[in-house]
Design a protein around this ligand. Structure first.
Ligand code: HDE
Length: 696
């Protein structure tokens, strides 16, 4: 009997008196004995202890109590931000030593593979929200180095909304669900966010990024990562070099388009985590390069913006990246809760040779991360949870507290001490020492003048995009502001945008149907128009063509030519891509030669938004049948509207016609597989976009 069936039979397990009392679900074979948390073997996991057959349940049923009690506490407070995340394990390997610049071994010992845990996340949605929300993605990397944990708790966008940590609460309160009504979640498209943003000019640069396609990635394997702040590297002599950290995906970047994001949210809210899990599970290990931008005090003083201002970036064209290592994610978590949920990153997790700067955002973060874990993970011992334990010896005088797991021995838990010879002692030679930064001046609650330009880099970002990407930014502003009920907020935001560029403001105003003159918001520092565009800021200018790890959806029905589908599958496999079969029934379709084409998706459950390109492999009968099937028409129509390459057999034409597909370079009917592969490898047909939606 197949394993599955066996388990089904054994699942029925009520225990009635007079039936011999024999339980079906017993230990044996590959099934170990079930025990309670204290190691006692459980005899009956299905029936609670009662005073009699129909009598009250007894308080002495400690098995029932333990099981229920554990269940009652199976949830812990979710992260206030970055609640929805997904973790993967792997390693970091240094390829180019920064010897002389830092004393951190992880950055000086080439070839050492440092175990790593990475958690990707969205920011504003709650834990159960959708992966495809328009949002910043957290890109938090923990390296278990030989000198203790080093966390780069970064994002997939190189700048942030605010300059000073004291404003973080406001940003998050404005972005999350509105407190009175408890919605909307996982989106900024509502009044409170834009009310706040329109009153916070320093957020303008970041707004450009989150309105861009960066905020709706195709895959977590295809996003960049950034440490955002300027950090310090410190060498053996105590000399400091400024550094910005960058993660560069080997697969290149790719995004979905907004209408797709909306539909994927319905079709597969777990789209990103499923994609990541599958890729790692199938051995297609995602990989990133670690790049660093290194600079000294002189560069910092001459750079047009303050390097301590987290709303600014240093263009790569001004300061190129030095690639020093690679991050490979090759192991899925064994237990989502134990690892992904309980991992507790902290900006303060740094090792000797890596240090902070005075970036006021970073300084505030250094308090917050450790503090938040105490509530979230229930006390001060959260570092003793396996995923948080460093891979080096821990020895100190910390004792006791909620959930102490480490058994520390001896009577001495203090320092200085003389009673025992084996208790831990400080080590000035190899221990962490802070960079000797010189400070003087008045103690003030102010923002530095050098943080005052809020619009120049917003314009730089916009100007660095292709026309298609610029159009998407405009549409995103229009979409978001259209969800804002308060007209004054919409107008105020457009006034802010007028400070970036009157054209941008006008285009958004047109899309919102706003009439009248746009008066720019008051600003002390107008946008500079002389900054050279940076190609590195555009996804499309950097896109790596090719089908590697992409997924092609193939629509089949009874009568499909199986040999043709098989040939396409083989060709895609050779290109590193995958074919997924979509059929009207999950059992599959009977091909023209009588064979069964097994389906990966039933039509309604496998919309074309889930695929990078599509192929319609229908016979004349199949096409006639599906031309009146709304799900099939929508499947093809959406692929066309989402600018995907569509391959089709000639017999499929009636379905293409019913779906309103108009011939263009990306619609390949009756052609060779090689042409389909080549065209699909180039990505989307951007030239089609003005034919399928209004561009403002
Ligand atoms: Fe965070 N942030 N943050 N943040 N952040 C948290 O810590 C905070 C900021 C980032 O996968 C929290 O453990 C403050 C910037 C990531 O577990 C909390 C400020 C950047 C993650 C917190 C910032 C980040 C967090 C919530 C303004 C990019 C998820 C749960 C000063 C460089 C890590 C937790 C994970 C999580 C505070 C701003 C990245 C509350 C006060 C800028 C990737 O401590």
């Amino acid at each position: 009997m197949p394993q599955d069936d066996q388990n089904v039979e054994q699942a029925s397990n009520q225990h009635f008196i007079g039936e011999g009392g024999e339980l079906h679900q017993t230990a044996g074979g590959t099934h170990p004995q079930m025990t309670d948390a204290r190691g006692h073997v459980i005899a009956d996991d299905e029936n609670s202890l009662k005073a009699n057959t129909r009598g009250p349940v007894l308080i002495e049923d400690h098995f029932l109590i333990e099981k229920t009690q554990h269940f009652d506490h199976e949830r812990i407070p979710e992260r206030i931000v970055h609640a929805r995340g997904y973790g993967v394990k792997g390693y970091f390997e240094l390829t180019d030593s920064l010897q002389g610049i830092t004393k951190a071994k992880v950055l000086t010992e080439v070839g050492v593979k440092t175990p790593t845990f990475v958690r990707f996340s969205t920011v504003s949605g709650n834990m159960g929200s959708s992966d495809l929300a328009r949002d910043v993605r957290g890109f938090a990397v923990r390296m278990y180095t030989q000198q203790g944990n080093w966390d780069i708790v970064g994002n997939h966008i190189p700048v942030f909304f605010i300059q000073d940590a004291i404003k973080f609460t406001d940003l998050v309160h404005a972005a999350k669900q509105e407190p009175d009504r408890g919605f909307p979640q996982a989106q900024t498209a509502h009044d409170t966010f834009w009310d706040w943003a329109s009153l916070t000019p320093e957020s303008t640069h970041m707004l450009m990024w989150i309105m861009s396609d960066r905020a709706i990635p195709r895959s977590l394997r295809m996003i960049e990562g950034f440490g955002v702040h300027t950090f310090r590297l410190v060498n053996e002599e105590g000399k400091s070099t400024y550094v910005k950290f960058h993660w560069r995906p080997k697969l290149g970047m790719a995004s979905v388009i907004w209408d797709e994001a909306l539909k994927i949210t319905g079709a597969d809210p777990d789209y990103h985590r499923r994609d990541l899990w599958n890729a790692v599970d199938e051995g297609k290990f995602p990989e990133w390069e670690l790049g660093v931008q290194l600079f000294d005090e002189e560069f910092a003083n001459n750079f047009e913006f303050d390097v301590l201002d987290a709303t600014k970036l240093i263009p790569e064209e001004v300061l190129p990246l030095r690639i020093v290592g690679r991050l490979v994610l090759n192991t899925n978590v064994d237990n989502y809760f134990a690892e992904t949920e309980q991992v507790a990153f902290a900006t303060t997790d740094v090792v000797p040779g890596i240090d902070f700067t005075n970036d006021p955002l970073l300084q505030g973060r250094n308090l917050s991360y450790i503090d938040t874990q105490i509530t979230r993970l229930g006390g001060p011992n959260y570092q003793q949870i396996p995923v948080n334990q460093p891979h080096v010896n821990v020895a100190n005088n910390q004792r006791d507290g909620h959930m102490t797991m480490r058994k520390q021995t001896g009577r001495v838990a203090y320092s200085p001490s003389s009673l025992e010879g084996n208790n831990p002692r400080q080590d000035p030679a190899t221990g962490f020492t802070s960079f000797k930064a010189y400070e003087e001046g008045d103690k003030l609650r102010v923002r530095s003048e050098s943080f005052g330009d809020h619009y120049s880099q917003a314009l730089l970002f916009f100007n660095s995009q292709t026309q298609t990407e610029q159009n998407h930014i405009i549409s995103a502003f229009i979409f978001e502001l259209s969800k804002v009920d308060t007209k004054a907020v919409r107008m105020r935001m457009v006034s802010q945008l007028a400070n970036v560029s009157p054209t941008i403001a006008q285009r958004v105003a047109d899309g919102l149907g706003m009439v009248g003159e746009i008066v720019p918001a008051h600003t002390r520092v107008p946008a500079r128009t002389d900054l050279a565009p940076s190609d590195a800021l555009s996804i499309l200018k950097k896109m790596k063509p090719g089908l590697k790890t992409k997924v092609v959806g193939c629509l089949v029905a009874d009568g499909t030519d199986a040999a043709e589908v098989l040939a396409l599958e083989t060709a895609l496999g050779k290109a590193g891509a995958e074919l997924k079969i979509v059929a009207p029934k999950i059992g599959g379709a009977v091909a023209a030669d009588g064979s069964l084409l097994e389906a990966d998706f039933q039509l309604a459950g496998g919309p074309s938004v889930l695929f990078d390109a599509v192929f319609v492999a229908l016979s004349a009968d199949g096409a006639a049948m599906l031309s009146t099937e709304a799900a099939a028409v929508a499947w093809v129509h959406d692929a066309f509207a989402h600018l995907k390459v569509i391959g089709a057999t000639s017999a499929s034409q009636p379905l293409l016609d019913a779906a309103g597909v108009v011939a263009d370079e990306g619609v390949l009917v009756g052609g060779e597989n090689s042409l389909f592969l080549e065209t699909a490898g180039k990505g989307r047909i951007w030239a089609r976009e003005p034919n399928v939606r209004t561009i403002f």
